[in-house]
Design a protein around this ligand. Structure first.
Ligand SMILES: CC(C)(COP(=O)(O)OP(=O)(O)OC[C@H]1O[C@@H](n2cnc3c(N)ncnc32)[C@H](O)[C@@H]1OP(=O)(O)O)[C@@H](O)C(=O)NCCC(=O)NCCS
Length: 262
């Protein structure tokens, strides 16, 4: 033991993840734990005094580096002051943001956009576009480095979420229209009072004309009609335009995800 040095001492490790005790000069400062996401390590809990957050996190990173990990993912909830203090000021690149809209606040009816359920034929084309697009997003966000692995992960998650295409339980796929002009796509999942936007897209040639915002508003109204009280979504860190759109529409950030490569 080196005096004054903060160490992360592994207390358990298994298929589900790892736990550590954070110690300084033999005294226990607190604990940290990590789970597993896509086969890699995901640090999701650091329970130490806020003042010790940064050095404790350094100790966890050192323990992971020593055991040969190449990178680590990190989920930082907005209501977690310890992990927030641990990552702030490190200049990390944002991997993704989870955002949430409180549906108790009324959303105005969009003036131009209406939603029509996606047909089975439209779905075939959309599914192919979705699988390749999401695989590319996984690579661009740094979540997966290998293109073939990203494609496989994308196909698997698409199959999991949409096993029965447009009839998959809880899933709502729409084509938004302005009059008779199709604008893009909207895919929302609803379960009880929680709804989640899996995909929202405006055709490239129709962007920056306010359609994205109208589709977002149509999604909120549809989610309310389906019984939801909150509407969540996940936006990749590189997608600053989409994040700006959601912020302007009143979405709050609930969690940020980062990746640190050693
Ligand atoms: C994100 C997306 C849906 C936005 O659609 P859109 O029709 O262009 O959005 P809007 O015209 O309604 O934009 C509303 C506001 O959002 C913000 N915004 C939208 N796109 C932006 C961009 N590329 N850069 C910066 N701000 C942007 C702006 O504040 C904009 O207002 P402004 O045009 O008055 O400045 C569209 O860019 C898209 O389909 N992208 C590809 C798919 C995608 O990334 N989907 C989001 C997945 S999380």
């Amino acid at each position: 033991m080196i005096p004054g040095v903060t160490e992360a001492v592994e207390t358990s490790r298994g298929d589900e993840g790892t736990t550590w005790e954070i110690r300084r000069d033999g005294a226990v400062l607190g604990t940290a734990s990590a789970g597993v996401r896509r086969g890699g390590t995901l640090v999701n809990q650091l329970d130490v005094p806020v003042a010790d957050a940064a050095v404790s996190f350094d100790a966890v990173l050192e323990a992971l580096r020593e055991r040969g990990e190449e990178s680590v993912a990190l989920d930082v909830r907005a209501d977690d002051p310890v992990l927030t203090a641990a990552v702030d000021g490190r200049g990390l690149t944002l991997g993704a943001t989870q955002m949430l809209l409180d549906l108790a606040v009324p959303v105005a009816e969009p003036p131009r956009v209406t939603l029509r359920p996606m047909g089975a034929e439209e779905f075939v084309a959309y599914r192919a576009h979705l699988v390749t697009g999401y695989a590319q997003d996984l690579v661009d966000s740094g979540a997966v480095t290998d293109a073939a692995a990203a494609l496989e992960a994308s196909e698997e998650s698409t199959q999991d979420l949409l096993p029965d295409g447009v009839d998959s339980p809880g899933q709502h796929l729409w084509t938004p229209y302005d009059g008779d002009v199709p604008l893009g796509i909207l895919w929302v999942f609803v379960e009880g009072t929680h709804a989640f936007i899996y995909d929202i897209e405006v055709a490239e040639e129709r962007r920056r004309r306010g359609y994205g915002r109208e589709i977002l508003d149509a999604a909120a109204r549809a989610a309310v009609d389906l019984g939801a009280r909150e509407l969540g979504l996940n936006v990749f860190g590189f997608n600053e335009g989409a994040r700006a759109l959601y912020e302007r529409a009143g979405y709050a950030t609930t969690q940020r995800t980062y990746r640190i490569r050693f």
